[in-house]
Write a protein that binds this ligand. Structure first.
Ligand code: NAP
Length: 294
């Protein structure tokens, strides 16, 4: 069984980006800039934003954070987005989700300029992705595709089963896997909560992507011998044996499933670090579109 090491591969990507940024700055160009909007004080959102800012700085990018209290109105938030859309120094920006209930997330996402939509959530980018055109792709599936490519996992002609159909993971993952290119070209099935015989579907998979948000959902009897398993789930489980009092697990029952696999992504250290690397890749892409490099 091969461990698909997202931590090491994401570090490689970050080194490549850092070297590109350093060389651009040497040539007199400005650093790429990522902005983020954070509403409220949700603990997980604070952690994600801090990590995104830290990673930006680590590769030589600049970042800015626009923080607002929970009671910001939708109109005020839309004004901030309009400001960031027009700011020449901002290459791309993200709006950390979830947003408070009084704000319509779809309207907010639709207000982001598609050219600065480094999260890839805008309907124009989703549409371009579906059409096989150049697009900003949501960071998690974008990171998974890069991970599989760099880990040397063959996808062409393989049967891929994606468990989960969310707009940010399952659906774009299925679209990417079925694209017509040598690092995709898989035959894809999407499963969701209304799928009948999900176990039988999963058992067909040469590549099984678990993105359900259910800890340990994928058990050994659902995985074909020799399959490649990508575990997208992240869950904090109480564990009194750990100094922190918890451990992080995925959507796959790793200990039982891993011995059956040709390759598997661990949790943590698999998909998670690739998501942040992919966000940096998207920021570079947005920068290259805006700054005409000679
Ligand atoms: P989500 O929006 O909750 O979507 C879950 C999907 O799984 C839905 O399509 C749902 O079906 C399906 N599902 C749930 N329970 C099911 C069941 N028992 N049988 C079949 N299908 C079921 O979740 P998400 O945002 O895609 O995230 C999925 C997981 O990935 C979560 O654990 C999340 O924390 C993790 N995640 C990790 C990263 C990372 O960087 N590693 C990034 C994003 C998300 P319906 O559509 O029918 O409801």
């Amino acid at each position: 069984m091969k461990l698909i090491d997202g931590k090491t591969i994401s570090e490689e990507i970050k080194k490549e980006i850092a070297s590109e940024v350093a060389s651009l700055i040497d040539k007199g160009y400005r650093a790429p800039h990522m902005a983020a909007i954070l509403v409220g004080h949700d603990g997980a959102s604070e952690t994600y934003i801090a990590s995104k800012e830290r990673n930006c700085r680590a590769v030589g990018m600049t970042s800015s954070l626009y923080r607002y209290e929970e009671n910001i109105s939708e109109k005020e938030l839309l004004e901030v987005i309009s400001f960031l859309n027009q700011d020449e120094e901002v290459d791309g920006f993200i709006i950390q989700l979830p947003l408070p209930k009084h704000i319509n997330v779809d309207r907010v996402i639709a207000a982001v300029s598609p050219d600065k939509d480094i999260d890839g959530f805008h309907p124009v980018n989703m549409g371009r992705l579906a059409l096989g055109e150049d697009a900003f792709v949501p960071a998690t599936p974008c990171g998974i595709m890069e991970l599989l490519k760099r880990a040397g996992i063959e996808t062409a002609g393989k049967k891929c089963v994606v468990l989960g159909r969310s707009n940010i993971v399952g659906t774009p993952m299925a679209l990417l896997m079925s694209r017509n290119n040598p690092h995709a070209n898989a035959t894809v099935t999407i499963c969701h909560s209304k799928t009948k015989n999900l176990k039988e579907e999963a058992l067909q998979a040469d590549i099984l992507v678990a993105a359900l948000g259910k800890p340990g959902f994928v058990t050994a009897d659902m995985v074909k011998e020799g399959a490649v398993v990508v575990d997208v789930g992240i869950h904090r489980i109480e564990d009194s044996g750990k100094p922190s009092g918890y451990r992080i697990v995925g959507d796959v029952d790793y200990d039982k499933v891993a011995p059956k696999c040709a390759a598997i992504t661990p949790v943590p250290g698999g998909v998670g670090p690739m998501t942040i690397a992919a966000l940096l890749m998207n920021t570079m892409k947005a920068y290259r579109k805006r700054v005409k490099i000679q």
